[in-house]
Unconditional design. Structure first.
Length: 318
């Protein structure tokens, strides 16, 4: 064999190997966590290829490899005063994790910042409010500004870096009961999953810059991907055909939803997917959170024998 032929063969082998490695990421993976977690939040460590889940029932955060191995407890039950787990995200070496009291009386919420290299607490921020605040999901800007939805009001919270307090960033009747939240890569816009559809907030003016789009109601998890959005719709029981994962194309100026496309149909094997995380050009979420079996008022699971191992789905985005 000539040297040039060997070189070409080596290049082709490497390209083939890389292609196979990229394809291997997509798929469905069985996780080996306790079946009664009831995970609402998910985060992905893109460097170490770890999946983080929290627990509505047990007020804790766990992680493992994608194949379900190497299970670790990141935040044990109630540690750092963590509460029922809600939105999470990872930026750099920091895990941002929301915890929320489920009962209306004496309700409190908390935001934990945890170093994913050491599992050590960096900082915690508690919110004690005489009203019922339901901090749900979180987005972090390129400059580490934090934005949090409150699903019980028409307010978005932020962290005041000077005072170290969680406070209202914007309150507007046009953003009722926001759930999922995403931020554009240039930090110009927030995208909120509200009961009036996806609302777009100009971060400079704090104005809502688009109109009602009710066809996009019912979104739980929401992420910004390239120049669009990816969202999970999961609330329609009577009209389950509306549920699924969608990609939303934004207008060129990022101020409105131009088009939407369903990319995953949720059949009976999908048991209330909630939030999602991104890994490069892949969307990652739990197919079967078992959320429908959880009684949050009593903190118990109905029909525990119906619980199955959690399935991590990783889907290639267009």
């Amino acid at each position: 064999m000539t040297r040039s032929f060997l070189y070409s063969l080596t290049v082709l082998t490497l390209i083939s190997f890389i292609g196979c490695a990229e394809q291997k990421v997509e798929g469905v993976y069985e996780l080996r966590f306790d079946k009664d977690l009831i995970p609402e939040g998910i985060a992905i460590d893109p460097i170490n290829r770890k999946v983080y889940l929290n627990s509505l029932k047990d007020n804790k955060i766990v992680r493992s490899s994608f194949d379900g191995s190497d299970i670790e407890v990141v935040v044990s039950s109630g540690e750092h005063n963590y509460q029922s787990g809600f939105g999470m995200t990872i930026k750099g070496d920091t895990l941002y994790a929301l915890g929320n009291g489920l009962l209306r009386e004496d309700n409190t919420s908390i935001l934990l910042l945890v170093d994913i290299r050491t599992n050590q607490l960096i900082k915690s921020y508690e919110l004690d409010d005489t009203s019922f605040v339901y901090l749900n999901d979180i987005a972090v800007s390129s400059t580490n500004d934090i934005y949090i939805t409150d699903s019980n009001s028409s307010s978005i919270y932020t962290l005041n870096k000077k005072s170290g307090q969680l406070e209202i960033f914007i309150s507007n009747v046009s953003i009722p009961n926001s759930n999922g939240i995403a931020i554009s890569d240039d930090d110009d816009f927030l995208y909120l999953a509200t009961w009036e559809g996806i609302k777009v907030v100009d971060l400079t003016t704090k104005e809502i810059v688009n109109t009602i789009n009710e066809e996009n109601q019912g979104i739980d998890g929401l992420k910004y991907h390239k120049v669009g959005l990816v969202g999970i719709i999961n609330v329609w029981e009577a009209d389950s055909g509306r549920n699924g994962m969608y990609q939303f194309q934004l207008s060129d100026d990022g101020r409105r939803i131009a088009e939407r496309k369903k990319i995953i149909v949720f059949d009976e094997s999908f048991n209330t997917p909630t939030t999602l995380a991104l890994l490069d050009d892949h969307a990652c979420f739990i197919k079967n959170t078992h959320l429908g079996y959880f009684d949050e008022n009593k903190n118990v699971i109905n029909e525990p024998d119906s619980l199955r191992s959690y399935k991590l789905m990783i889907h290639q985005l267009e």
